[in-house]
Design a protein around this ligand. Structure first.
Ligand code: PGA
Length: 251
């Protein structure tokens, strides 16, 4: 059985008191009812990780970071290591988000190193892949995603691969209000699973593949209803407790 996962990527949003309000808001909402079989993760800005982890642990969910360094430790001013995240109670890390690729020049080769660091310190990597609009219009979206997946993950052992979560996030859908249709999401998720099965065999059947990109309380249900969509990585709609928990309840 594959895990169902709903994760909230807060990006660079919220001050300390706003983060507290959101975390306790999520906890309160979850107490009104939640599906027991959905794993819930929040990805706040790093400075709120300890706070988030405290609330998450008390309330049956998880907290992680939106990025880590590819290095183990040392003179890398401003960076955070996988070991630090794990020691502060973080359990997951988003890697390869398109905003990191676009604004910070992250390549698949660099992201592969970050995935290794995450796995070394027992963090669950949530590996993001997805094409830009032009690539879809040129009908290159399958090739682009296959390359991203193979370059960042194919060096892993089967045991390590089994710990990875994938998020398919078409870049044209992120923060635009333009969601992939349920058919487009299912088509790409099934393709990703096929690519993974070609390398890792049966293990791919157990990989959670999340959809991300303008997923919200109104469209989550029809996205999650697809056979290969195992949950969502939610940006904007994860910044409001009611919306986030409504998405969780969409399974
Ligand atoms: P969005 O962001 O839900 O605001 O489109 C998703 C993401 O970037 O993970």
């Amino acid at each position: 059985m594959r895990k169902k996962i709903v994760a909230g990527n807060w990006k660079m949003n919220k001050t300390f008191t706003e983060a507290e309000d959101l975390l306790f808001g999520i906890a309160d909402e979850l107490q009104q009812g939640r599906p027991e079989d959905v794993e819930i993760v929040v990805f706040p800005p790093a400075i709120f990780l300890e706070l988030a982890n405290d609330v998450a642990t008390e309330n049956g969910f998880f907290a992680g970071l939106q990025n880590i360094s590819e290095h183990e430790s040392g003179a890398y001013t401003g960076e955070l290591s996988a070991a630090m995240v794990a020691s502060a109670g973080g359990s997951h890390v988003i890697l390869g988000h398109s905003e990191r690729r676009t604004y910070f020049g992250e390549t698949d080769a660099l992201i592969a190193k970050k995935i290794d660091q995450a796995l070394k310190h027992n963090l669950t990597p949530v590996y993001c892949c997805g094409e830009v609009l032009q690539e879809r219009e040129d009908n290159r979206h399958f090739d682009v995603v296959e390359k991203q997946v193979s370059e960042a993950l194919f060096h892993l052992s089967e045991d390590d691969f089994a710990k990875v979560v994938i998020a398919y996030e078409p870049v044209w859908a992120i923060g635009t209000g333009r969601t992939a249709s349920p058919e487009q999401a299912q088509e790409m998720h099934a393709f990703i699973r096929k690519v993974l099965a070609g390398k890792f065999g049966d293990a791919a059947a157990s990989t959670a593949i999340l959809y991300g990109g303008s997923c919200n309380a109104a469209n989550a249900k029809e996205l999650f209803a697809n056979a290969d969509v195992d949950g969502g990585l939610i940006g904007g709609a994860s910044l409001k407790a009611v919306d986030f928990v409504t998405i969780i309840r969409s399974f």
